[in-house]
Structures are given as structure tokens and as C-alpha cells.
Design a protein around this ligand. Structure first.
Ligand code: FEO
Ligand code: CA
Ligand code: CA
Length: 708
């Protein structure tokens, strides 16, 4: 089978899940090699009683166990218009870009009829029989009009700043017309892998300063105008005309406005920005979400790894830097990109506050290419996976967020102001201020079966991993609720505030996303191989397995079905792994009929409310993929694998259009295997030469909706 990598640097040293050493180094600065940053004696909840406080179309898979090769045929019949949420003509954004149509009976119980694909390690993109896929855009493709053609061997920062960035992660699709024919693709570029970007790479020291600047320009975000292909579920980029919305922001030169209570505080002032209001660059943008007012939120995640000189930072700052994973004992932590060679601001010995200007939620308005993106301090500072917003019944908007680190916390933000309906300029201006002030909460979970949690994953005798929980208020407006910390301090050093109030230490909370049809919230807890190991916190009912390799999904139901509530119930509908493994659970569904899943990372919902889950680091030996399950009715827990990404890659940013006819995913870090280089790639996806991250759209050949 020619799809196997040809010059394969073997995956000799898989780490967390199947994650390769190289991914651990570049993506999060070897976060798991460092001591757990949360050393607080914050009681984990076992102790808590009181709750006070290609080449396209190459492979299509048949049923499990049988891969069928064949070229994709032409896309099928017209799918009909009405893809994403109906929107007025541009440039006014939709009143409720993130709203879902089709609510009503049977929410989240839509039949998912596709035949699940089998686990595999092919170096190609695999979809079910009856589906097709195409690469929409890849690293180096032009974004801004006039972008030079990608030239691997003569790449410049100026060119990269006009081209699609590296390692696409979050994917959002926002409508540009009512007919569902035009839309804006908004994508995060989380991080760079210089081994796989620069021919002849030997070390970060050996890169030219211009190459360092190329890497900085390959970070950030892209906004790209796309159009539907002949009424099908396929989309392509618009390559002609003005492309007035197309945009790049990056870590090199884009400027961001700080908003909220920590903006202008002493913690974020630097020599270059004595007012503490304007930041250059955004770092490690991971997941995100489309807001109901038609903007995109993007999480700055492993920002710590970009800084040097932590050893020279003021002694008084070191414990706070260390709580965020910044190395305070060496000038250059191993594998550091040494960006200080290109920009002094990355040197904490000279500019200790610069680290405090990253780790925020960024809001970008893709409908206004001239707008300045903002970093909202009211949503706290941590390793933000992303943020997803729902409008509560009261009209306040609620953003749910996870801090992706072993033993870190779940958060939510409730706005002070209420959402204004409609797409008038007045409503638009108002809604753009919603994330500037509000209350920030951290979650504390309680358990119902604490005595029975032994780390094996065995279901308790009451039949569920479940319990109640409280949202502990950290800040409201400019008022702190944490003893000894000001509001600006709580928001800038939110992890320390969570430590103080006894938040629950979770197994890497990644995507946290409300189902807009039900208001229930779903949390991807990716894994935590340190759980219960040594002196680390023990398993508990929400994180029930020792040395948790496969992760779990948590379902959170706010009391009174009110997303602003300060209390909730929770349960684990899915405990991931090989269904033959006794420690797994699929909402009670017949485990012989579900697909194996490992390391859930990002979640999304289709128009009928079904849950889609993408994975990062499959510890069962397969490539990563995308899965779906109904959430209600007899099919709840019937998890099926919809696609796999090429060898070495991670599946990111799933997005399903509101007509259920197009599934977008980002293929991040294909071929990221230790020893791989541009010249000796572990993956040749998507073009057959060397590995390039890219965004893929998948659709049903007969034009029907995905699944049912
Ligand atoms: Fe960038 Fe938490 O994954
Ligand atoms: Ca229980
Ligand atoms: Ca992720």
C-alpha cells in the first residue's frame, strides 16, 4: 500500500498516548516532563465535604477491519443551500452566528448512519464509504491578495505573514450570505515545528534571525473567504477578487488591545507598553469558539514555552512564573525556540511582565478586517484551550473554559451586560463589549461514590461516575472574592486564585463547550498519566483512573437549566479507551458496537445536537480521528469513528455546518515523528512531497446531511 510513509522515522518512543517526543517538545515545551505546575495543597475533591465555597479521495474505508482503496468520484447531487446559520448580506455579521436551527424534539438523538471506519496508521485521510474529502487550504497557501507563491527554500517572514500559517488548530466557519454559499474560515495556528519547516534544520541556534521571524509569522490566526462548490458539502477558498475579509494575525507584529480589569495594571506594563494596554503578538492559539454575535474566541495555551531568561527574572516573580510552567532555573530551557534572538520582549530577565501579557482569550472580529483583536483579561489568564459562549435565559452570556494542564481547573465567565439581539450596528457595538466585564468562576466538584473510587475505573454501585458541583466566584467586575488578591491579580494569576479557593484538579481540561440546543456543557478531559502516581492527587469520581491514559468526557448540567447558576450536577457519559477494557464506559451502550477512542481533545455539535469528539494522541495505536455519538435516546453512547487523519497528525477544530452537510477538521502536525525532517518526512500528506498541516472538508457524496 503506497500510502505508508516511505522513509519512515519510526515512532520509537511514544509518550503520552501515542504522542511523539517531537510533538511534546514543540507543542507544549515538554510540559509533561516538568513537575506538575500545580503544587498547591488545595484539597482535591476526595477530601471535600462542604461545597461552600494527497491527494484527495485516496482512501475510503468500509466497515471495521476492511479498508477499501479507490479514487473519489465526483461529488454528488446538489445539497441545497442554507449551510451555516442564515445571515444578512455582508459585511454585517449574523445576529446569532453560533445559534443552532432545528431545535426541538429528539435533540441530540439524531441517527448517525455512517459506517464507522476502523483504527489505522495510514498516511492518508480516511472517511467512511459514501463520503469524500478535500484539502481546503494548507500551510503556505496564499491568504492575502498578492501573497507570494510558497517557496520552501526561500521563505521570508514577509511572505509567511501573507500566507496560511503552520499547525492549524481551531476551525470556525461564519456565514457571509443568507444562501450559505459564502463563508469565512477562521483558523488558529498553534505552533511551529522548525524541524519540519526548514530544509537542513539542525538546531534553533543555527536558524537565521529571518527564519526565527518566519516561525513567528507562522503563528497566530487566519481569516479566509471560502465558497461552496456547486451546492454540495464541499467548499473551496476564494482565490480571485478583493477577498476583503482575508486576514492574518501573528506573533511577529500584530497588535492586540488588552481589555478588562487587568488591562493597565502593574502586572502587564512593560518598557515598550508603559500603559499596559497594547500587546504585540498572540502565542500558541489552540482551540476557540464562534460567539453568538459573530466573532471568534481563541485560547492562548502553552505560551510559557516561548520565553527565555526565567532564571534572571526577579525572585519575587519566580513562583508565579513557575505556576504557569515557565522555567525559572535555566536561561534556555531545552528545546527553547530562542525567539529572543529576534525580539527582546521574549527575555524575561529584561521584561518579566511580558509573560503576563499572554495566556488570555483573544477575540477577533472576522467581519471587520481593520479591527484590532482584543485580549480579554476578565476571562482570566491560564493555559486557555479555548472558550465557548452560550446566551443564558437571562440574556447574560456565559463562556466555558478549560486550563489544559494536568491537575488544572475548569472555569466559566458570566457577563455583566446582556446580549442584544439583532444585527443592527448598535447591537453589534454593544455585543462586542460583553466580554470586557463580568464574573469569573472556577469549578469545584463533589462526588457521590467516593468510597468506591479505587483508580480502576470500575463503575460505582450507584451506576454512574457523578455528583454535584459549585462554581466558586473569583472575581465580579473589579471586585475580588479571593482573600489577599486584587481583582487584577486574580485575573492575571488565575491559577493561583484557583489554588486558594479549592478548585478541583482535573485530568487536563481541554475543550469545554455548551450544547446550544440543550445548554448542557461537555468537557474533554484528555488524559493524565500522573493521576494517582507518587504523591500526585489520587483518582476521584470525575477523574476515576490511576495513570489515566485515555481520558474521559464530562457532562455538566447547570441547576435550573440556567447557565448563570452557581451550582450544577455532573456525570461521565464516556470513559475512553478500548471498549474491551473494563475501565471504559459508553453511557451504558453495548460496548461491542462502539469504536475505540483515546485522548478526547476538542468537541463540537452538529445541527441535531449530536456530540463530535476529536482526539489528540491516541494511546491505542491508531492515528487520531473524529468520532460522533448521539447524546439522548437509545443511541446515547453509540460512539462511531467518522474519520482518521494522516500519520503523526492530530485531529483539531471539528466544525459541522448548520445544514449538517460539511464537516471541517484541521490536520495538525502530520508526520511529527522524532527524526523526521523536510528531506526525510514521516508523512508526505497532503501533496506527496513533505508534510504540511492543512484544513480538510468532508461531505457526503449524495449531498445528504452527515449521518442521517
Ligand atoms: Fe493545544 Fe490543549 O491542546
Ligand atoms: Ca456515583
Ligand atoms: Ca487541543
Amino acid at each position: 500500500m503506497s500510502d505508508r510513509p516511505r522513509l519512515l522515522p519510526l515512532l520509537a518512543t511514544p509518550r503520552h498516548g501515542s504522542r511523539d517526543v517531537m510533538t511534546c517538545l514543540y507543542r507544549c515545551g515538554n510540559a509533561c516532563d516538568h513537575p506538575v505546575p500545580n503544587t498547591s495543597d488545595n484539597a482535591y475533591f476526595g477530601d471535600l465535604v462542604s461545597a461552600e465555597v494527497s491527494r484527495r479521495g485516496v482512501v475510503r474505508a468500509g466497515t471495521v477491519g476492511a479498508l477499501v482503496l479507490g479514487l473519489g468520484s465526483a461529488a454528488g447531487t446538489a445539497a441545497g443551500a442554507g449551510a451555516a446559520a442564515a445571515a444578512p448580506n455582508s459585511p454585517a455579521p449574523p445576529a446569532a452566528a453560533a445559534s443552532r436551527g432545528g431545535a426541538g424534539k429528539g435533540i441530540g438523538s439524531g441517527a448517525l448512519t455512517f459506517q464507522p471506519i476502523p483504527p489505522n496508521t495510514l498516511d492518508t485521510f480516511v472517511v467512511p464509504n459514501g463520503y469524500d474529502h478535500a484539502v481546503l487550504i494548507r500551510w503556505g497557501d496564499p491568504v492575502l491578495p498578492g501573497a507570494p507563491k510558497f517557496d520552501l527554500r526561500r521563505q521570508t517572514a514577509a511572505a509567511q505573514a501573507r500566507q496560511f500559517g503552520y499547525n492549524n488548530d481551531y476551525v470556525g466557519v461564519l456565514p457571509l450570505d443568507k444562501a450559505g454559499r459564502r463563508a469565512l474560515l477562521v483558523v488558529n495556528h498553534e505552533y511551529t515545528n522548525e524541524d519540519l519547516m526548514f530544509p537542513g534544520f539542525t538546531s534553533h541556534d543555527a536558524l537565521t534571525v529571518e527564519q526565527v521571524r518566519v516561525a513567528m509569522a507562522a503563528h497566530g490566526m487566519s481569516v479566509v473567504e471560502i465558497e461552496r462548490v456547486d451546492g454540495t458539502g464541499q467548499w473551496r477558498t476564494v482565490t480571485s477578487g478583493r477577498r476583503q475579509y482575508n486576514r492574518r494575525v501573528d506573533a511577529l507584529s500584530s497588535t492586540f488591545e488588552l481589555t478588562g480589569p487587568a488591562a493597565g495594571s502593574a502586572f502587564v506594563k512593560t518598557a515598550a507598553d508603559p500603559l499596559g494596554r497594547t500587546v504585540i503578538g498572540t502565542l500558541n492559539n489552540c482551540a476557540g469558539g464562534v460567539t453568538p454575535w459573530g466573532t471568534v474566541l481563541s485560547g492562548e495555551e502553552n505560551f510559557n514555552q516561548y520565553f527565555v531568561g526565567g532564571d534572571g527574572a526577579p525572585e519575587a516573580e519566580k513562583s508565579r512564573l513557575a505556576r504557569y510552567g515557565i522555567n525559572t532555573t535555566a536561561r534556555y530551557p531545552s528545546g527553547n525556540r530562542k525567539w529572543d534572538r529576534a525580539a527582546d520582549r521574549f527575555d524575561l530577565a529584561k521584561h518579566p511582565n511580558e509573560a503576563n501579557r499572554h495566556g488570555w482569550i483573544v477575540e477577533i472580529d472576522p467581519y471587520d478586517p481593520d479591527s484590532r483583536p482584543r485580549k480579554h483579561t476578565a476571562l482570566g489568564r491560564f493555559k486557555h484551550e479555548g472558550a465557548n459562549v452560550i446566551v443564558a435565559r437571562s440574556g447574560h452570556v456565559v463562556a466555558y473554559m478549560g486550563d489544559d494542564e494536568r491537575f488544572d481547573y475548569l472555569y466559566k465567565f458570566v457577563s455583566d451586560k446582556k446580549f442584544m439581539k439583532g444585527s443592527s450596528p448598535v447591537a453589534r457595538r454593544h455585543n462586542l463589549t460583553l466580554l470586557e466585564s463580568g464574573a469569573l468562576y472556577v469549578a469545584r466538584l463533589e462526588q457521590t461514590s467516593a468510597d468506591e473510587i479505587d483508580g480502576s475505573g470500575r463503575l460505582p454501585s450507584d451506576g454512574a461516575f457523578n455528583g454535584k458541583g459549585r462554581w466558586i466566584k473569583l472575581v465580579s467586575g473589579t471586585r475580588s472574592h479571593v482573600a489577599g488578591m486584587t481583582a487584577a491579580e486574580v485575573l492575571t494569576f488565575t491559577r493561583l486564585a484557583g489554588d486558594k479557593v479549592g478548585a478541583t484538579k482535573m485530568d487536563r481540561p481541554e475543550d469545554v463547550e455548551p450544547n446550544l440546543l440543550t445548554g448542557k456543557v461537555y468537557v474533554a478531559l484528555t488524559n493524565n498519566t500522573a493521576r494517582g502516581v507518587g504523591s500526585n492527587p489520587k483518582p476521584d469520581e470525575a477523574n476515576p483512573r490511576t495513570a489515566n491514559r485515555h481520558g474521559q468526557i464530562l457532562e455538566l448540567v447547570e441547576d435550573r437549566a440556567d447557565n448563570t447558576a452557581e451550582s450544577f450536577t455532573w456525570s461521565l457519559p464516556i470513559v475512553c479507551g478500548d471498549p474491551a477494557d473494563e475501565s471504559t464506559y459508553f453511557a451504558g451502550y453495548d460496548k461491542t458496537k462502539v469504536s475505540p477512542i483515546s485522548c478526547p481533545d476538542n468537541v463540537a455539535f452538529d445541527a441535531t445536537g449530536n456530540l463530535w469528539i476529536s482526539t489528540d494522541g491516541n494511546a491505542l495505536g491508531s492515528n487520531d480521528g473524529l468520532f460522533a455519538t448521539a447524546l439522548q435516546g437509545p443511541e446515547r453512547g453509540h460512539l462511531k469513528q467518522f474519520l482518521t487523519v494522516p500519520y503523526g497528525a492530530e485531529t483539531c477544530g471539528p466544525f459541522i455546518t448548520d445544514d449538517n452537510r460539511s464537516v471541517f477538521v484541521a490536520v495538525q502536525h502530520p508526520g511529527e515523528i522524532t527524526g523526521a525532517t523536510v528531506e526525510n518526512p514521516a508523512s508526505t500528506w497532503p501533496d506527496g512531497d513533505y508534510a504540511k498541516p492543512g484544513v480538510v472538508v468532508t461531505w457526503r457524496l449524495d449531498g445528504g446531511p452527515i449521518g442521517s
